[in-house]
Design a protein around this ligand. Sequence first.
Ligand code: PHE
Length: 498
Amino acid sequence: RSDFTLRGGSAAKVLVLGAGVAGLACAYELGKAGYDCTVLEARDRVGGRSMTLRGGDVVSELAEVPGSGAHTSAPVPPLTAGTPSPGARGETQRVTFGEGTYFNAGPARIAQWMVTLDYCRELGVPLEVFVNGNAAAYVLTGGMRAPARVRTARADAYGYISELLAKATDAGALDTRLTGADKERLLDFLSHFGDIGASHAYSGGERRGYRVDPGVGTGAELGPPPPLTDVLSARLGRVLTMDAGYEQAMPMFQPVGGMDAIVRALAARVGAARIRTGTRVTKIMNRPDGVEVTVEGGASLRADYCVAALPPHLLAKIPGNLGADVQSALATPVPLSAGKLGLEYGRRWWEIEDRIYGGATETDLDIGHIWYPSYGFHGERGLVVGYYNTSQDAEAYDRLRHRERLRRALVQGAKIHGRAYAKGILAAVSVAWRRQPHIEGAWVRWPSMSGFSLLQRPAGRVYFAGDWLTHLIAWQAGAFESARKVVTELHHRVLKES
Ligand code: PHE
């Protein structure tokens, strides 16, 4: 059963540039309607940023962070003697995870409302819950002396905020805003929201958790909450609302066995014979009767239409005749940095000792988040994401070699999990998206929206697709939505012109 289907068919030839989610989805949808598609992919694997790493995989990085002169303030330490040529290979990591361990180095979570789930259904990709928020995980901010469980920090924050609001209400401070009945209702709400009882004073309670969980005994409570000033100093607003956003709310989902199940299923439907990996595009030309795309080595391919589904910052560097306005629009989005570290442990200590089954610890350390796996519970091994950072934090890790990233992440993680955090690691791999060949960024930011609408339209016979052309940047759903829009428009044109 398919949700999206182009009406009527065509056998027109289409060259799709890029075998990421957007490119594969275009080829898949056009293929369903009879089009003759060929997908050109510069990397040696399909999927683009939808990259799941397993034992046996090899991850190569560029020798330099691209454009590091322009976008980063600190100088890039040379990794080897001499200056590497642009595009030169840098460090290579060999992934040695055990059987069954996987690491979603790119996209990892899907919200219920996203079209990505419709593709999982259509493609028969089985799903399981991705635990995004977990009350048992920790928060740690610079304003805290020690990490706290999310549940404890939340109970204290809600409790004191409720107390303050209830006391202000009782003192008449809100009388201009509230009727007598409103006050009554607000106080009732706050008594539940903050668990503050009739006294309107927060004094802790079971929501904070226990030192010893209840069982045959009543349980040993955690003790009284810290003073209000400590709770405010912790600046918990951001870390406690991570999963409140529309894109991050539970339940979220992941494909069983790794995110790349989606791109693998797409590639299988498109057909391996139509996908040419290791094929870098060097020129894109609109001709009067079609498009001509040249690839490394000098061969050129002709088609009726082209869908360019590469990152804009790479597309902008490919010569051709798309026009100066299009070229400058393509050069507008700024590639951003993000990085992830996969740590494979030989023992699932976070489940056994910390009683954390999936979810994320939120910090304002340079590691950003620690993620606990949502699969393989109680298995022998487990894959923790030791950092998932963005912006300047990611830029700092980008510049490091893998060993150095690992060392730094373990020092940071020990602030939450103690010295055991660095013990029992079987394998580790880090991905710095700015240094991934033929990708060179985690996602993009539009510093101004100029050029955004120009690229929604084709340049001659060349269409553009990708998450970067939507309001869902950094989501596979953006790539799918863009692909659907582009193939619809291309198809209408083909039907009109035939
Ligand atoms: N989609 C990515 C994630 O889930 C990046 C992102 C984060 C995008 C937060 C928007 C908001 O982490």
